[in-house]
Design a binder for this molecule. Structure first.
Ligand code: GLU
Length: 475
């Protein structure tokens, strides 16, 4: 990266500043919203392999205009205070944009999880959770973590159990963390949620031909050429659904050890299982392998999905990015400098705070489920089916009356009769959330002459909501 490149934290601040310059906030409130309220650094020792190893972890609370505050915990060697604070700020804006009633937070542990056995990771995670929980940095009504890079259901189950051991009489203990496995208080559809949200975001974008035209594209998602960077949980689900359900062609997959390209489209499922068996994409038969994977970010395609980490599109490669449409599935994949270059080129960027908000949206549903102690759909499903049965019976009676002159479409009856289960309800809630949030952001983009990109529009909507909430508190 060039030395002029702003850090991730500076990038978020620059983008925030660009947006607030267009707003009319009362003096001081802008600064109040921008700064991180608190960042805790915890250092703790765990006895592993015969010696004590010291780990450094963070939990940053960006804004408490709503509580609990929400945001994932990542396990990566690059974790540091600046990164955690930038990610916490993004969580504040993300939650505001999709109307999840949370403030923003983020956590991180400086560790390479691949270097540890499962039982070691459990010891480390439980100890980290203990350090956070005893400071109320894990708490159902104060601070609710979730998975992020390097963590998943397994870690969330350990965290929930650790909290429960420390708070044996808290009836809402399960709501202390989201992204848990379904057998441990989780919700259907949380694992796929961020990738599913990326799919719903693109579907919504393609419902607006005038917005699609801004990227110089037309038509539907069907047949669009997509390059995805990172086949982790987010990239995998987004690519899989876009290919299987919307007919998009995945023409490039970039991973740690290189990239695969194929003009006829890659089989996402096959590539994923190749990676899990061989540790990387190299050697996969049905595609061309490119060792310098990052080069494929510059490959000609219709849609680029960076779904790996921050800063991958920067001053060094921004001018060579060919995709007319980029959807930020990762947090902060485009630096502020690159963002400017791309905007000048006319590239449309669907920003992270909207594009990857599917995760926290379904986390919100999981938290509500935990607090209400009942699965979504449990009360209404059979009643809904019974009412549908009444209509189907009535239609059948009509059919008989008309002597078969009119008849029901063969699978109508079966499809219509089924009441929605939890997964369908979660998807429906997520779809609605992504549509409504897109519309609020796109409305600003279309109607304000001084707003030329979706990111600024998203910041305007989000900051406006946070500001309203502070004002309501009398600030
Ligand atoms: N880590 C995810 C994110 O960056 C999910 C956060 C959550 O579910 O609270 O949005």
């Amino acid at each position: 990266m060039s030395s002029k490149e702003p850090s991730f934290r500076e990038s978020v601040d620059l983008m925030f500043n660009r947006a607030v310059a267009l707003m009319d906030l009362p003096p001081g409130l802008e600064e109040k919203i921008r700064v991180c309220n608190a960042t805790y650094t915890v250092r703790f020792g765990v006895r592993l392999r015969g010696q004590i190893q010291t780990f450094t972890g963070y939990r940053s609370v960006h804004s408490e205009h709503m509580e609990p505050v929400k945001g994932g915990i990542r396990y990566a060697m690059g974790v540091n205070q600046d990164e955690v604070e930038a990610l916490a700020a993004l969580m504040t804006y993300k939650c505001a944009l999709v109307e999840a009633p949370f403030g923003g937070s983020k956590g991180g542990l400086r560790i390479d999880p691949r270097q540890y056995e499962e039982h070691e990771l459990e010891l480390i995670t439980r100890r980290f959770a203990y350090e956070l929980a005893k400071r109320d940095l894990i708490h159902p009504s104060q601070n609710v973590p979730a998975p992020d890079m390097g963590t998943g259901e397994r870690e969330m189950a350990w965290i929930a159990d650790q909290y429960r051991r420390m708070n044996t009489t808290d009836i809402n203990a399960n709501a202390c963390v989201t992204g848990k496995p379904t057998h441990a208080g989780g919700i259907q559809g949380r694992v796929e949620a961020t990738g599913r949200g990326v799919q719903y975001a693109l579907k919504e974008y393609f419902r607006h031909p005038e917005d699609v035209a801004q990227a110089g594209l037309s038509g539907k998602l069907d047949g669009k050429r997509i390059v995805v960077q990172g086949l982790g949980n987010v990239g995998y689900h987004a690519a899989k659904f876009l290919r299987e359900e919307d007919g998009a062609l995945i023409t490039g997959i970039i991973e740690r050890d290189g990239a695969l390209i194929s003009d006829k489209g890659l089989d996402v499922e096959a590539v994923r299982s190749w990676i899990s068996n061989h540790g990387g994409v190299k050697g996969y038969a049905d595609a061309e392998y490119v060792a310098e994977g990052a080069k494929i970010l510059e490959k000609e395609c219709d849609i680029l999905i960076p779904a790996a980490m921050e800063g991958v599109i920067n001053l060094a490669n921004a001018h060579r990015i060919a995709a007319p449409l980029i959807i930020e599935a990762a947090n902060g994949p485009i630096t502020a400098g690159a963002d400017e270059i791309l905007r000048e080129k006319g590239t449309v960027i669907i920003p992270d705070m909207y594009a990857n908000a599917g995760g926290v949206t379904v986390s919100y549903f999981e938290w509500v489920k935990n607090l209400s102690h009942i699965r979504f759909g449990r009360m209404g499903r059979r009643q809904e089916e019974a009412r549908h049965q009444l209509i189907v019976d009535e239609l059948a009676r009509l059919d008989e009356h008309l002597g078969g002159a009119w008849s029901m479409t063969p699978d109508f009856k079966q499809k219509y009769l089924r009441g929605a289960d939890e997964l369908e309800l979660v998807r429906s809630g997520l779809d609605d959330t992504m549509r409504v949030a897109y519309q609020s952001m796109a409305e600003v983009w279309r109607t304000r002459d001084d707003v030329s990109d979706l990111r600024t529009a998203a910041y305007l909507v989000a900051i406006g909501r946070v500001a309203l909430s502070y004002r309501a508190k009398g600030l």
